[in-house]
Ligand binder design. Structure first.
Ligand code: NDP
Length: 245
């Protein structure tokens, strides 16, 4: 696809679900993709599949809660392929729970991964983008970046935060740096596995068992934004299953 071929694109949380789909789809369009996550065995398998299909891909172990790790990840992309064009802040978790079940550790974890992880991504990639006065952030939020319901309070709060961060970032960076927010509705992935309450996990899986988007649908939305000419910044894309009203 025009404007994707040859771009160096780093993706956090690329070991499953949406991040994996973004990596596979963009690589199939000719991008050089760099995958990061903690489960390196998954990354190795995905990179091998991309390479076997004729694509260009590399991976690095990454914990987005660690500032230095994320900086090393962005620098690894540059060392590997000479530059960095797009940084996809995708890593996230969603341990839904009612506030009065006081899963305080899970609140902290969501804040650490979903919010601080994105800030670490910005701190890592923005100096590289500023150094060449071009680049693009793609921040994966959720329809929960504008919606709150029982059990989603903290998860929604993290995604509202990423929406605010993305908008502030867009306004503050140079005219040549793009910021795109992609907000998926329920999508096939391993996300529900992060719910520790067995009843809630069952409910979440049952509720969303039908009408799920394939992760590929979100990857296509990301590709659309990346493929635009550099003077076009797609600020926001919301993707829901058609049947979800
Ligand atoms: P998955 O659970 O399949 O993927 C989550 C990814 O995040 C994994 O690759 C995981 O890798 C990574 N991750 C988690 N913690 C860390 C960490 N500390 N450091 C680095 N990577 C980490 O779920 P999805 O694909 O669904 O999630 C991707 C994004 O999409 C999330 O931000 C989620 O909030 C968002 N989203 C998902 C929706 C859905 O319905 N699926 C809807 C709306 C938004 P590893 O465990 O190997 O580190």
């Amino acid at each position: 696809m025009e404007n994707i071929k040859g771009k160096v694109i780093a993706i956090t949380g690329a070991s499953s679900g949406i991040g994996e789909a973004i990596a596979r789809h963009l690589a199939a369009q000719g991008a050089k993709v760099v995958l990061g996550a903690r489960r390196t065995e998954n990354l190795e398998t995905i990179v091998a599949a991309i390479t076997a299909a004729g694509g260009t891909a590399a991976f690095k172990k990454l914990d987005v809660t660690d500032t230095q790790d994320v900086a090393d990840f962005a620098n690894f992309a540059v060392a590997q392929y000479g530059t960095l064009d797009v940084f996809v802040n995708n890593a996230g978790l969603m341990p839904l729970s009612m506030i009065n079940s006081y899963k305080v550790d899970e609140w902290h974890r969501m804040i650490d991964v979903n919010i601080k992880g994105v800030l670490h991504g910005i701190a890592a990639a923005l100096p590289i983008f500023e150094g060449k006065d071009s680049g693009q952030f793609v921040n994966v939020t959720s329809i929960a970046d504008r919606w709150v319901g029982p059990t989603s309070t903290v998860y929604s709060a993290t995604k509202f935060a990423v929406r605010a961060i993305s908008e502030g970032l867009r306004q503050e960076v140079s005219a040549n740096i793009r910021v795109t927010l992609v907000a998926p509705g329920p999508t096939e992935s391993e996300l529900a596995e992060t719910i520790s309450d067995p009843e809630l996990k069952k409910l979440a899986i049952e509720k969303f068992r039908t009408d799920l988007l394939p992760a590929e649908a979100i990857a296509r939305a990301v590709a659309f934004a990346v493929a635009q000419p550099s003077d076009v910044d797609v600020n926001e894309i919301v993707v829901r299953p058609t049947a979800q009203k």
